[in-house]
Design a protein around this ligand. Structure first.
Ligand SMILES: C[C@H](N)C(=O)N[C@@H](Cc1c[nH]cn1)C(=O)O
Ligand code: ZN
Ligand code: ZN
Length: 477
């Protein structure tokens, strides 16, 4: 039995302990978008740092500074930089992950408390962050800890960068990576990020493309205070009426963005790219099952994937300041803030996207003839990323995947965004691999987020196998 098989056996035996560790981190409600939870985000970062240090890693806590969250001045959570092993004869793999999570409230439709990990009879481990991104971040730690317990030397040096603001635009992170590219991250041979998902539920994949995201707030305000709709309805310009019309002008019900000039920035689909959609583990029947309803726009699987991976999309996320509680409150809100984002693809540039959106909204607002005031703010923007899957980093990961799952992985792109991918690639000048742990139906950002026990445990094996494959791979080939 070689050392990788011994490692696999130990991971199998330690399953319950690994689930308990996941329970411990899910219980820390590290919601970066909620000012009231900022202490928990920091606590989560400190938890990670303490556990890596206990293992023998050298860590550096970098505090990126302050953030203004709707007028509240907050300390940004720490970026935890780490180094585990510094043998010059070994290759160095830099890992990135995030320890913050999306908001989660029971009243959104969670069947159980989002911050209490629950294992279902079918193996689902349900809890906020289980798949995005606490399971994978913990997976790297458990991989290193298991090697140490077994007395198996990790075949590579690790460097890592774990942040607590990914779900809120990674504020402050780019500057740290740029500043540390030739310092902390010096010596990196390849970068690996586990923060996305398989295309389906049964076949693993490696991911070589991401969409970018430009996030906007659209504020409409008028009266100095909320008003009685019986007294003032029909006699004043209502901010909410203006806002819904502006939001509705952005996209149609078939998902087509209505902002002039947006599609002009999109690279055409080439014949070679067309072939990459062949034989992927993806079908509409499974998608409809995951969605629990047939709300799919496109008739053809390829079109669905293209609209997920390589065409821009616009989503409307919510309205702050509007009445949303139960009951029938007859109010005219005085100031409302609509939130929407555009997922961007090659060759879109955030500045051009923001300019097109501003022009569109100004034109639409002027058509309303309203005396309210409108303001649009781009709150964050991250760029798309596209890379070749032929690099030895991907070849090593494909071998590791075959060893764990017994199949060659699909090569996929991802509709979501991990803007730091490009920051690492450009500044460390090293190949970046996305190695997902979770499955398509995990429900990241949704209610009842989960990771399957199988993906979590096999994923921890995969991480170990990948590090061993990297050690054995000629990265210059
Ligand atoms: C794919 C990754 N796990 C993820 O969920 N990324 C987020 C990043 C983001 C950007 N703004 C807010 N969050 C996403 O794609 O929404
Ligand atoms: Zn994530
Ligand atoms: Zn996320």
């Amino acid at each position: 039995m070689d050392s990788v098989d011994k490692y696999f056996e130990a991971v199998e035996q330690n399953q319950q302990q690994f689930i308990e560790a996941l329970r411990e981190v899910v219980a820390i409600p590290s919601v970066s978008g909620d000012a009231a939870r900022r202490g928990d985000v920091v606590r989560m970062g400190e938890w990670l740092q303490a556990r890596w240090e206990a293992l023998g890693a050298t860590c550096k806590r970098v505090d990126p500074g302050k953030q203004n969250l709707h007028g509240v001045e907050l300390d940004l959570p720490p970026v935890i930089l780490g180094q585990y092993g510094d043998d010059p004869s070994k290759k160095t793999v830099t890992l990135y992950g995030h320890y913050d999570v999306q908001p989660a409230l029971v009243e959104d439709g969670w069947e159980t408390d989002p911050f209490t990990l629950v294992e279902r009879a079918d193996g689902r481990l349900v809890g906020r962050g289980a798949t995005d991104d606490k399971g994978p971040v913990l997976g790297w730690l458990l991989c290193a800890e298991t090697h140490k317990q077994l007395g198996i030397e990790l075949p590579v040096n690790l460097k890592f960068c774990f942040e607590g603001m990914e779900e809120s635009g990674s504020e402050g992170l780019d500057e740290i990576i740029i500043a540390e590219a030739d310092k902390w991250f010096k010596g990196t041979d390849v970068v690996c990020i586990s923060d996305n998902y398989w295309l389906g539920k049964s076949k693993p994949c490696l991911t070589h493309g991401l969409r970018g995201v430009s996030y906007f707030h659209l504020v409409v305000e008028g009266p100095g205070a909320d008003l009685h709709s019986g007294v003032f309805g029909g006699t004043v310009h209502e901010p909410m009426v203006d806002l819904v019309q502006l939001l509705a002008s952005l996209v149609d019900s078939k998902g087509r963005i209505q902002v002039a000039g947006i599609y002009d920035q999109v690279a055409p689909v080439e014949a070679a790219e067309e072939r990459t959609y062949d034989a992927l583990d993806f079908n509409h029947a499974a998608l409809v099952g995951d969605l629990k309803s047939d709300v799919v726009i496109h008739a053809d699987e390829r079109d669905t994937l293209k609209h997920r991976w390589r065409f821009p999309t616009l989503s409307i996320h919510g309205v702050e300041g509007a009445f949303h509680a139960s009951g029938d409150k007859t109010v005219i809100p005085a100031r409302v803030r609509g939130k929407f984002s555009i997922r961007t693809v090659p060759n879109m540039e955030p500045a051009a996207v923001a300019a097109a959106v501003t022009k569109h909204l100004e034109k639409e607002f002027s058509k309303l003839g309203s005396k309210n005031r409108m303001e649009m703010v781009e709150t964050h923007a991250g760029r798309w990323w596209y890379s070749s899957p032929d690099h030895p980093n991907f070849v090593a990961a494909a071998r590791a995947t075959e060893r764990v799952y017994g199949v060659k992985p699909d090569l996929t792109r991802e509709g979501g965004s991990i803007p730091v991918t490009l920051t690492f690639e450009e500044n460390l000048k090293r190949n970046v691999l996305l190695l997902p742990m979770g499955a398509a139906d995990d429900g990241a950002h949704s209610t009842n987020e989960k990771i399957d026990r199988r993906n979590y445990i096999q994923g921890i094996k995969l991480f170990g196998a990948y590090l061993h494959e990297i050690a054995a791979t000629d990265l210059a080939a």
